[in-house]
Design a protein around this ligand. Structure first.
Ligand code: KIV
Ligand code: ZN
Length: 510
């Protein structure tokens, strides 16, 4: 890699997945990893291997299929985590272990209960353990933003001496401002011994809405790797958004003079895939990937754009993949055409039975909607996110008319047994959820309910996300259908299935 190259390290599958309810299955992670590779990211942080056996398997499965991007696992600075990470990434053609330990007084005293000397010693030891598995070892000083500068320099000197090849400086709590963050990066590069032998990286959170600005400031100060996520997904206010970083560097090449390997035309597809799978909608006015990002509403703007594009546009919508949603299949498309399109989209189904089931759902959709787009197929395939569906929607009838109380009749199958209930509600969706609750009795709290249309037009599928919480666990359920009430019921049951699956996993930073 040259000094003019900016390494894009995507952590959607790790830090992004730490968002409440965004936990993904192995198959979903594989789909996203394949798309990230197509997008051209240099490093895919595929997860935190020690979190659970499921997380380990997902990283390993990604390591088995990804060949162009480096596959990375996060590991706390302890022997077990690092060995799990090393084993999980072992099949990858290019592999990295990313180990970290907190270096700020507040984290060392209250979370780690370790002295600075112990932290220093452990950081060095962690890098040495990681080097047993790969010579591509990244070290992060968690909460670098609130760490003492002299101590950071001491730790980075020591881990570079031990063999770390990338040094990541995180603003874990999203506290910094761009000027300060750039200065911190510049000072570190100037003061750390052998700083020219490693890649400097930045990892910013968005609590004050400055993750992208802070990251870019670090880049101007010499960072050559940015850690980011698709749609800025991540805990609390999220991480720096990949699409904004990439397009800023590209559009303002005069300022940054850096290249990336990103194929920007894949950005919108990737954004939609991540949003569909995680159930985190993209706000319409979000830069680059929001539905309005390139829409010129006011007459004055439209006139300007029609006369001369650059009047109000600094990027072209098609450069980031807008308008590339291909009309792929229709009512008359056969099984082979469906199979081929799945392969083109990088979707691998497990065996003929899974293909038949997906094809049957596709036919059902094609009966209701004449034009099927790639986004429809992605949503269709995301429906079966819980392999073992404990609860399934068998039947739903809603009655709603002006002046009357909406009423729903629902039949759900639980392990093949049909259960029926009816309920009134404030609206048809409320009535359907109440009827489902009568059957399931989950006691889950509904934290969020949102509807988005997958493509345009009144026959488009509505994609519904519900966020449910029970006993401290939060899950997102998704459902898609041309009928919004059915999509809502599917989403609710999908969330209940995830709660039922009850997969325990450790959080790397707690
Ligand atoms: O925000 C953070 O500090 C992290 C580290 C694990 C790199 O995500
Ligand atoms: Zn983070």
């Amino acid at each position: 890699m040259t000094q003019n190259h900016l390494i894009i390290f995507d952590t959607t599958l790790r830090d992004g997945e730490q968002s409440p309810g965004a936990a993904m299955t192995k198959d979903e992670k594989l789909r996203i990893a394949r798309q990230l590779e197509k997008l051209g990211v240099n490093v895919i942080e595929a997860g935190f291997a020690a979190a659970s056996p499921g997380d380990f398997d997902a990283i390993r499965a990604i390591a088995e299929v990804i060949t162009e991007s480096t596959v990375c696992s996060l590991a706390r600075a302890n022997e077990n985590d690092i060995r799990r990470a090393g084993e999980a990434i072992s099949p990858a053609r290019k592999r990295r272990i990313h180990t970290f330990i907190a270096t700020s007084p507040i984290h060392m005293q209250n979370k780690l209960r370790m002295t600075p000397e112990q932290v220093l010693e452990r950081a060095v030891q962690a890098v040495k353990w990681a080097l047993e598995y790969t010579d591509d070892v990244e070290f992060s000083a968690e909460d670098a933003v609130r760490s003492d500068m002299d101590f950071l320099v001491q730790v980075f000197d020591a881990v570079i001496e031990a063999g770390a090849t990338t040094i990541n400086v995180p603003d874990t709590v999203g506290y910094s401002v761009p000027q300060q963050w750039g200065e911190r990066m510049a000072q570190l590069i100037a003061r750390v011994k052998n700083s020219d032998k490693v890649i400097w990286s930045t990892h910013c959170h968005n609590d004050l809405g400055m993750a992208v600005a802070n990251s870019l400031s670090a880049v101007l100060a010499g960072a050559r790797q940015v850690e980011c996520t698709i749609n800025g997904l991540g805990e609390r206010a999220g991480n720096a958004s990949l699409e904004e970083i990439v397009m800023a560097v590209r559009t303002r090449r005069d300022v940054f003079q850096l290249d990336t390997t990103i194929d920007a035309t894949q950005i919108v597809t990737t954004s939609k895939l991540v949003s569909t799978i995680t159930g985190y909608p993209v706000q319409p006015n979000k830069a680059i990937v929001g539905a309005n990002a390139f829409a010129h509403e006011s007459g004055i703007h439209q006139d300007g754009v029609l006369k001369h594009r650059e009047t109000y546009e600094i990027m072209r919508a098609e450069d980031v993949g807008w308008g590339a949603n291909k009309l792929t299949l229709g009512k008359l498309s056969g099984r082979n055409a469906f199979r081929t399109r799945l392969a083109e989209l990088g979707i691998a189904l497990d065996g003929e039975d899974a293909l038949n089931a997906a094809f049957a759902r596709f036919k059902e959709l094609a009966d209701k909607k004449s034009e099927i787009f790639d986004e429809d197929i992605q949503a269709l395939l995301s429906e079966n996110v819980v392999n073992e569906e404990h609860f399934k929607l068998a039947y739903l009838q809603v009655a709603s008319q002006t002046g009357e109380t909406p009423h729903a009749v629902v039949t759900v199958t639980e392990n093949g047994k049909e259960l029926r209930a009816e309920a009134d509600g404030g609206g048809p969706v409320d009535a359907a959820f109440k009827a489902i609750e009568k059957i399931v009795g989950s006691g889950a709290e509904l934290l969020l309910y949102s509807v988005n249309n997958i493509t345009s037009g009144t026959d488009a599928q509505g994609e519904v996300t519900v966020r449910l919480s029970r006993g401290g666990r939060i899950v997102n359920g998704q459902g898609a259908d041309t009928d919004i009430v059915i999509a809502s019921a599917k989403a609710y049951l999908n969330g209940l299935n995830k709660l039922h699956a009850n997969t325990e996993r450790a959080h790397p930073q707690v």
